[in-house]
Design a protein around this ligand. Sequence first.
Ligand code: 5AD
Ligand code: SF4
Length: 466
Amino acid sequence: MELNDTITREALQPVETENAAPRKVFMKTYGCQMNVYDSQRMSDALSLEGYLPTEVIEDADLILINTCHIREKAAEKVYSQLGRLRKLKDERAARGRETLVGVAGCVAQAEGDEILRRAPVVDLVIGPQTYHRLPQVVRKARAGEKVVETEYAIEDKFEHLPSASRNATRSRGVTAFLTVQEGCDKFCTFCVVPYTRGSEVSRPVAKIVAEAEKLADAGVREVTLLGQNVNAWHGEGPDGSEWGLGKLLFRLAEIPGIARLRYTTSHPRDMDDALIEAHRDLDILMPYLHLPVQSGSDRILKAMNRKHTAADYLALVDRIRAAKPDIAMSGDFIVGFPGESDEDFEATMQLVRDVTYAQAFSFKYSPRPGTPGAEMGSHVDETVKDERLQRLQALLITQQRAFAASLVNKEMDLLIEKAGREAGQRVGRSPWLQPVIVDEKAGEIGDIVRVRITKAGPNSLFSEPV
Ligand code: 5AD
Ligand code: SF4
């Protein structure tokens, strides 16, 4: 789950409601790609209720914040944003306009009623397992009720959420997320996900294939399968046999129009042979793998309940690289987990040197209420955490730049994604998920074109068509 901070932009067709102007919804999304996906589905559900998306918060009749609870700051950011909404709500009320404020996502799930207490501006709180009930929740809130909907629903939310409308999908571009698995049974001792997203659930093959076909039909060329433990996905294939993620990827590769597949996030324990073989044999599976390890110290890995050692991880990376030599590795790291000594931290630095990452995300440990880590003794000093994070990030950035530099003068396929910031430019995506700038004459949005990398900048690559 990499960090994002996106305002979901959709341009749905207006839905006529019984009286006059359609209502508007402003959505702000924090956190991982699954939240981005969820926000889109909520937006689709709300459009059927007559809510049009807006990017102007002052115009919104409904402000919905889709929150992340993975680390402390994310939740605090939500509370301070809610504080600022009070004024906005009052100003609109003075103009005779009602404004509903809703909190969705993992903070909603974890905090529940507490949100209403801390932020009275809020009218509705809805957890990720109950998004299919959003229309009813909004109706109740409009009738003046304060609603908290965080019970795990027995029914499958995906069964009840409307599937993305063709127009909505079309406006969302040539890359898309598709949730195939949700929740987590791993219970790493630092992580809130098993509590906020619940236990592991896999969506059925037929539903996933149907959704991918719809995306392809709307012009999507690259699909990223999402799950907290996406490689734990399993389901019954049409032949009645048990499928894993590898098999599913092969099936999705048959869909006309889909040119690229990715998946995220994976747990090292669930990388099975079939999935590694998919990396070897399936050309449209992109050579990029986000495989968090969190720490390079066996002692800390054990305390984190990661269920593998550093050597297991290194051996796994070797097997993956043997199958797909040009694969780029990405990872997540936590520094300052309770009890982490200088020696433990050095083991993490060594693991990073051994693996060599093309991309990585690193964080200071932040105790999450209700997780076993928060109850552990020997918490690491903030200053020590800061210093370790700085050293780790310096190393990771050096590796990331070296990887980008290694691509200069190389040819690669680029999926042209959008207009560039400067006139005459377009931005594409490399197989390794980097933004690549190219002249607009190279091709249209959605085209896959061959380019040569001419220069590596700090955040993107520059290229010329070949
Ligand atoms: N403190 C710091 N980082 C965390 N992550 C998850 N929980 C915590 C926490 N309590 C990081 C992990 C995970 C990523 C999504 O966020 O590295 O892989
Ligand atoms: Fe959290 Fe661990 Fe599950 Fe990942 S595998 S979501 S880090 S508990």
